[in-house]
Design a protein around this ligand. Structure first.
Ligand code: MIC
Ligand code: SF4
Length: 643
């Protein structure tokens, strides 16, 4: 039978379950990656699982998110990560080596492999023909300890690419186009598979820009075929032997097909405050910009930075724009340092930021009050930049640099400038000296634990009855940046009690205090939310910190994939309304009760909540597998696995 790429890769990895869209399957995980901000909690949980040896082919711990090292916390955390990596035979990519997704693409990703990463942009690896999925830290710890991952077998949407991009129109515009078509919600359980004659015109880094920002669609992952371009990229990285071709059989079946003519793609922009709020750059005039930032795991490849360099060589930057460049990796930085690209950027007045996440997670380069920042990153959620009143516009490198030259959002096709053709180098500069390989022999090593390193929080088994209060009611599309802000709070990621003080900070400064008071009185906290609750990142802290504060259930109109898995892992009940309008029947401060819980869940019976304040019964639903129910009854996955 004809098979598509997703079916081919998954068939090679399936351990149990039926390969049918919507059913629960367990697959073998070949590789895992973590980054520092989610990594400390991942490894604390790995320690709790007490594995004797790793079950994956390759696991790597990157330090890239919080490298500011303001205060002792970061450095201590990085030392903890390094000592743990040694004990468990994990590769360790040191601070300064680059952003996990960029480095993984360069040095470790391989077609046909499965990759599970504690970061939502792990699907970047799909650009190399990997099945690469983002998940919460505990799921990565389990994959390292047991070698597998359980998720919902996806339905596959084919994106059929035709033609070739015109000059000044970029891979970033392709994914923005798809975001315009598919939006940021309603795509849970889907995988995007790219195909068609247009694929061959895109290099691996361009494909990776597209699969990277597929995360913003809310899909499980995105994948490209593995072809001659994949082979050329791997060979140029000195890894030609890891190439295997993968393509869909003709006659493959798809849930649906979306056609995109690359030749018709125009420069696009995601406007504040959602990556799905897409418009044509040509339609927006007079948007004066204060800051332009090139970088992030979406657009910081050698090609991206060389386009920027060749553009600023031809025309000067606008004197009022602060222009920041953050290369994706040390490889990229060295290559542009050696070929003169860096000199061109610095000569033009670029501010060079560390090759790390930095600005993208809001821990530096916060824009000024009410200002406009044009960035090549993937998320423009309110407040994510570190400035609440700033407006973030997401574009390609071409559009961002054109805007830095003109001082306003500017269509690069209008520049009187030659389009820089950047060819992929025949050999990338290979130097893995900042990656510490697993030790051959493990001698007695002490795990380094600074005062910032806490313990994974504990939860109790699900009680028979939840008596609680609606501690907060929020609207649609609440992101994990709303629930658990990053930026300058990032350094508390390893310390749940401290980090929990900031839950819902951008929405309600008093939430944490209120929740803690309830918890101390024995009152359960309930969160009520609208559509697509938990969009964005994989940070399990958005579940662990509420759990620590005594949140027992989240009742939403709908949930996003990674976040709902994190809630279940933390032992928090994710419930939806039987009728969406019933959202109106709950308000902040309402006293509510849910009884007979374990029995109802075990019998997969309908659940209801009684709103005592309003004296009404509200019917609720849940979509939980048998396994999910076991986890929730046990008070979370860690309790369950320990049992
Ligand atoms: C993000 O882009 O939001 C992050 C920061 O990379 C997160 C991970 C985190 O919160 O540490 C993600 O995308 O999963
Ligand atoms: Fe880092 Fe930003 Fe990419 Fe997240 S989206 S991994 S913060 S560069």
């Amino acid at each position: 039978m004809a098979r598509n790429i997703v079916e081919k890769i998954l068939a090679e990895h399936i351990v149990s379950g039926v390969a049918k869209a919507g059913s629960e399957v367990t697959i073998k995980i070949d590789q895992t990656l973590t980054q520092d901000a989610t990594g400390t909690m991942t490894y604390l949980q790995l320690e709790a699982l007490k594995p004797t040896k790793l079950a994956t082919e390759l696991s790597i711990s990157y330090v890239d998110h919080n490298t500011t090292q303001i205060g002792f916390e970061n450095f201590d955390d990085h030392k903890y990560l390094q000592s743990i990596a040694r004990i468990y035979s994990i590769y360790f990519s040191r601070a300064g080596n680059g952003i996990c997704h960029q480095v993984h693409l360069e040095r470790f990703g391989a077609p046909g492999k499965t990759l599970l990463g504690s970061d939502s942009h792990t699907p970047t690896g799909g650009g190399l023909g990997m099945f690469a999925v983002g998940a919460g830290g505990l799921d990565i710890a389990v994959a390292m300890a047991r070698g597998n991952f359980t998720f919902t077998y996806p339905s596959v949407t084919r994106v059929l690419l035709k033609g070739k991009l015109e000059p000044w129109c970029a891979a970033k515009d392709v994914i923005l186009k798809l975001l315009q078509i598919m939006t940021t919600r309603g795509n849970v359980g889907t995988v995007i598979e790219y195909g068609g004659p247009g694929v061959k015109s895109l290099s691996v880094p361009e494909r990776a820009t597209i699969t990277n920002m597929g995360a913003e669609l809310g899909v499980t992952t995105s994948v490209f075929p593995s072809d001659k371009n994949t082979q050329a990229f791997l060979s140029a990285q000195g890894r030609g032997h890891q190439y295997t071709p993968i393509e869909a059989d003709t006659e493959s079946q798809y849930e649906k097909t979306i056609e995109i003519d690359l030749a018709a793609i125009e420069p696009l922009v995601a406007m504040p405050h959602s990556p799905g709020n897409v418009a044509r750059v040509a339609d927006i005039t007079g948007l004066v910009t204060d800051q332009v930032v090139i970088g992030s795991c979406t657009n910081s490849s050698y090609r991206d930075l060389m386009i920027a360099a060749r553009m600023v060589e031809q025309q000067a930057l606008h004197p009022e724009v602060s222009f920041v460049v953050a290369p994706g990796s040390r490889q990229v930085l060295r290559m542009i340092a050696d070929n003169g690209g860096l000199s061109a950027l610095i000569g033009a007045g670029a501010r060079l930021a560390e090759n790390a996440c930095g600005f993208c997670i809001g821990n530096s380069m916060a824009p000024g009050s009410d200002s406009v920042s044009i960035r090549t990153s993937n998320r423009n959620f309110p407040g994510r930049s570190g400035t609440k009143s700033a407006r973030l516009y997401l574009t390609s490198v071409e559009t961002a640099v054109a805007s830095a030259i003109k001082g306003e959002l500017y269509d690069p096709r209008r520049l009187a400038m030659d389009y820089p053709e950047i060819n992929q180098p025949a050999h990338f500069q290979i130097d893995d000296s900042m990656i510490i390989p697993p030790a051959k022999e493990i001698s007695a090593i002490e795990i380094f634990r600074g005062p910032n390193i806490g313990q994974p929080p504990e939860n109790d088994p699900l009680p028979e009855r939840i008596e609680g209060s609606v501690t907060i009611k929020v609207g649609d599309k609440i992101t994990t940046d709303h629930i658990m802000p990053a930026g300058d709070k990032l350094k508390y990621r390893s310390n749940i009690p401290r980090y929990a003080e900031f839950v819902f900070l951008p929405l309600d400064e008093k939430f944490s205090e209120r929740a803690m008071k309830n918890k101390n009185k024995g009152v359960a906290n309930i969160i009520v939310a609208g559509l697509s609750y938990g969009q964005g990142s994989s940070r399990e802290h958005a579940a662990l910190c509420p759990m620590y504060l005594g949140v027992k259930a989240v009742i939403a109109k709908s949930f996003e994939r990674i976040h709902i898995a994190n809630l279940i892992n933390a032992g928090i009940l994710p419930l939806t309304f039987h009728h969406e309008n019933d959202y109106e029947l709950l308000d902040q401060g309402d006293e509510v009760v849910m009884g007979n819980l374990p029995e109802t869940l075990k019998g997969a019976k309908e659940l209801y909540l009684f709103n005592r304040t309003k004296n009404i019964k509200i019917n609720l639903k849940y979509k939980l597998s048998h396994q999910d129910i076991q986890l929730i009854l046990a008070g979370g996955k860690l309790n369950y696995l320990r049992e």
